[in-house]
Design a protein around this ligand. Structure first.
Ligand code: OAD
Length: 252
């Protein structure tokens, strides 16, 4: 096993060579105060994903989702700020080393940090629409509707509002998937940050990249099912590891 310094030096060199695509999960936002889904304190240990995150349950009883959004989720969205991991990725893109961030996150923190090309595979919790007429609502508008009634309804037609996230039981947005697969196929280095890599089809991205010739680096604080495929495994906090990867050598 290589020491951490040698491992980081090799990975820094690979990042500096460019052609990097990042693939992120909830762990990248953990240090911004948004709990991950799995593991200690994860959302799914406190809330039942079969009720909160499943489209069939949402269509039967949208109030369950909306009360959780009102009481827990929206506060997290308002309070969370990008952390050094998000900022490091935005910096990599500014320097022309990073092609894009493919994310499973719905919190918008990559964009808030300044990342320009962000592919949201699981949608966004900052966009909403009417289930009936499709009219789109921004976060503030959906919140205003939620102040009035539960579940919130469309000002136009009275239909129930839904979040712009991908529920379990729904397809991933086709354009985002195509773009993500294309990026994964062309990447020289796929940098996976803060994902358990257990949720498919998103977890195919590292496999696609690897079988297309990319090198694979995993930055995570616990093992993942893709560890055997990885060229680098950096075990640590994303907010500490990522700034280190973009830190330039001080002039001699
Ligand atoms: P998970 O909660 O499954 O995994 C987060 C991973 O990040 C875990 O392996 C943690 O150990 C790791 N982690 C936590 N904090 C970290 C930190 N500060 N630095 C580095 N690693 C850290 O989240 P995802 O893999 O994103 O889907 O989950 C994938 C999908 O499952 C989500 O997009 C969501 C969920 O169900 C939908 O809702 C459709």
């Amino acid at each position: 096993m290589k020491s951490n310094d040698i491992l980081m030096a090799g990975l820094k060199e690979a990042v500096a060579a460019g052609g990097v695509v990042a693939f992120t999960g909830a762990g990248v936002s953990a240090e911004s105060g948004i709990p991950t889904y799995r593991g200690t304190g994860g959302f799914w240990t406190q809330y039942d994903p079969d009720k909160y995150a499943a489209i069939d349950y949402f269509l039967t009883d949208p109030s369950y989702y909306w009360s959780f959004f009102r009481d827990v989720r929206r506060d997290l969205l308002h309070k969370a700020r990008p952390n050094p991991a998000h900022t490091a990725l935005a910096e990599m893109e500014r320097r022309g080393l990073l092609e894009a961030v493919i994310t499973q996150n719905i919190d918008g923190l990559h964009q808030a940090a300044g990342s320009r090309r962000v592919i949201e595979l699981h949608g966004s919790n900052r966009r909403f629409s009417c289930l009936d007429c499709g009219r789109e609502y921004a976060l503030a508008e959906a919140e205003a509707a939620l102040e009035k009634e539960l579940p919130p309804r469309c000002g136009e037609c009275g239909g129930v509002l839904r979040p712009g996230i991908v529920f379990f039981g729904e397809m991933l947005p086709a354009r985002a998937v195509d773009e993500a697969h294309d990026l994964a196929r062309r990447a020289r280095l796929l940098l996976v940050i803060g994902s358990s890599l257990v949720v498919y089809p998103a977890a195919q991205i590292p496999l696609i990249a690897k079988t297309s010739g990319a090198r694979l680096a995993l930055v995570n604080d616990e093992p993942t099912p893709a560890d055997d495929l990885a060229d680098w495994i950096v075990r640590g906090k994303a907010g500490e590891v990522m700034p280190e990867l973009v830190r330039e050598k001080p002039p001699a």
